[in-house]
Design a protein around this ligand. Structure first.
Ligand code: NAD
Ligand code: MG
Length: 382
């Protein structure tokens, strides 16, 4: 069945792969949004001819408006523009692949409009999981996971009996570029080394998060909200080959896994076509070619970010929003050469030292985000 989508974060790593999937499925794109890069976005608009587009950056949007004056496409800008794109009535599903908490309000706007949301933007759930899941329940819409681990779990859960809630979720984790390193080894790490992920080619922020393992901590929180699981019932196992994408353990200790070559077009496509499956451009998995699959316990001493996130979600309220905001700020400082890699997680951890309130509204979530960024900047300068 052909569908119409709205795509946020079109120019990013997930956005590009989503358009590849959409092209092969013969889907229509009603609306698109991007951050600030005008040229690649203009090309995408000329190819896909959406009726509405938005750019987060107002000046980029003004530039775009001039460049595509020959098209009937409406151009909007800023957070309101992103929300308008997310909520476009023609869309059957909104795919949110914006980087960071900037994706939070657009996710809510899509839900408000009654759209199912294919969610790559994990920061939406980390910062505002309580608000987002309440909005979904109220509107009767679904969150369809795009993150590969969560797509794997979602797939493993298909066909379970109604009372068949799993007793445990097991997230796999590649271990990133610094697997096997010690704390001392991480002292002199450069941005280039942090960006050399062994298995996945992704945007800057998630690649740095994979190097600190914060990504897996954020995914633990994401899994709690997507699958309504207690944080202590979510385990992490290092799996260097990224072929087993995650696992589910049921009451009888039977464990179900989802496997495939590491290619985000499989989870993107499943989120878009759910519950159906269609042929995909991704190559089939050859286990014989893979040869060996390995698993290790995480090294929490060198990479404390997973347990930091577990502690944040166990405290609840706005702690996860604060950890997320502080981490976004810390990664931006590291990328700008203003913070050593080894300081990212220790500084983010200090966010836990102060009380954070309850996640009662979207505004409270965004306020905690702003406050935690400001606090992280103070801590980094001290
Ligand atoms: P990316 O940096 O490659 O792309 C981000 C996209 O968001 C771009 O289109 C950019 O223009 C846009 N953007 C950035 N800041 C924005 C803002 N303030 N407002 C509006 N748009 C903005 O990132 P990515 O790797 O595609 O990741 C996107 C999201 O998907 C992240 O939440 C990430 O954690 C998640 N994710 C990515 C992968 C992956 O393989 N890349 C896997 C799982 C989950
Ligand atoms: Mg993932």
């Amino acid at each position: 069945m052909s569908k119409t989508i709205s795509l946020l974060g079109a120019t990013g790593s997930i956005g590009l792969q989503a358009l590849d999937v959409a092209e092969k499925l013969n889907y229509t794109v009603a609306a698109m949004a991007a951050g600030s890069r005008v040229e690649p976005f203009e090309q995408q608009i000329r190819q896909w001819r959406p009726s509405l587009v938005a750019m987060a950056d107002e000046r980029a949007a003004a530039d775009l408006k001039v460049r595509i004056a020959d098209l009937p496409t409406k151009v909007t800008a800023g957070p309101d523009g992103l929300c308008e794109v997310a909520a476009i009535p023609e869309a059957d599903v909104t795919l949110n692949s914006i980087m960071g908490v900037a994706g939070f309000l657009p996710t809510l706007a899509a839900i408000e409009a009654g759209h199912d949301v294919a969610l790559a933007n994990k920061e939406t759930l980390v910062a505002g999981g309580a608000v987002v899941t309440a909005a979904c329940a109220e509107k009767g819409v679904r969150l369809l996971p795009v993150d590969s681990e969560h797509s794997a779990i979602f797939q493993c859960l298909q066909g379970r009996p109604p009372q068949g809630k799993p007793q445990k979720l097991i997230l796999t984790c590649s271990g990133g570029p610094f697997f096997g390193k010690t704390k001392a080894d991480l002292e002199a790490v450069t941005l280039e080394q942090a960006l050399a992920h062994p298995n996945w080619s992704m945007g800057l922020k998630i690649t740095v998060d994979s190097a600190t393992m914060m990504n897996k901590g954020l995914e633990l929180i994401e899994a709690k909200w997507l699958f309504d699981m207690e944080p202590d019932a979510i385990d992490v196992v290092i799996h260097r080959e990224s072929i087993v994408h995650s696992l589910v353990e049921y009451a009888d200790n039977s464990v179900i896994a989802q496997l495939g070559v590491p290619d985000m077009r499989i989870p993107i496509q499943y989120a878009l076509t759910y519950p159906d499956r269609y042929p995909s451009p991704v190559k089939p998995l050859s286990l014989a070619e893979a040869g060996k699959l390995t698993f290790f316990a995480p090294d929490h001493e060198t990479f404390p970010a997973i347990e930091l996130c577990r502690a944040a979600i166990k405290r609840g309220g706005l702690y996860p929003a604060a950890v997320n905001g502080a981490n976004e700020q810390a990664v931006a400082l590291f990328a700008a050469g203003k913070l050593p890699f080894a300081s990212i997680t220790p500084l983010v951890s200090r966010i836990m030292e102060q009380p954070w309130g309850e996640a009662t509204s979207a505004e409270a979530v965004l306020e905690a985000d702003r406050e935690s960024r400001a606090l992280l900047l103070e801590l980094a300068e001290a």
